[in-house]
Design a binder for this molecule. Sequence first.
Ligand code: GRF
Length: 201
Amino acid sequence: MRLGILISGRGSNFEAIANSIARRKLNAEIAIVISNRANAAGLEIARERGIPLRVIASAGLEREAYDKLLIEELETHQADLICLAGFMRMLSANFIRAFPGRILNIHPSLLPAFAGLDAQRQALEYGVRITGCTVHFVDEYLDSGPIVIQSAVPVLEGDTVKSLSARILAQEHLIYSQAIGYIVDGRITVEGRRVSIREEE
Ligand code: GRF
């Protein structure tokens, strides 16, 4: 399976996926990494590893026009599965339609709680005792598609946004590759909002 990974920043989830592939825990290939920001640190990771990368700057472009460029680039590289990894843009309905059931996102909360920006801060300020992260299919709405995997972490006494984010991020790095693996192995069926994962054979 050929992955198209979309990033905007640090790229640690992309790096974790690349590591899973390098360690042969994930049977996939990264066809292309695309960033909408030229200064995304994740681009350096791609460069160092010789993974194809492309900057498609989004500033000043209308959503539809931008998404058209993204679709073209992903199709050129024959990406089968699109993985949003810290990609800080909403995607248009046209983009979602171009890759039906083939777009994943990772979000640093137990959805549907704390969708949107600064999910870790939202969780801390709300005072929840447990939060975590979610890998889900992407639909036209924000952080809202069918859920593939969630992992929970405790909120501890004295936590800051930084300490809580780090605890969540360690789980993100595990469950993103795991979710991609389920798709690669053809173990997933989606019915409405519910995702079933077949036992490993
Ligand atoms: C992660 O917390 C992810 O859940 C969220 O954006 C952050 C991206 O981090 N969508 P990185 O760029 O993968 O390091």
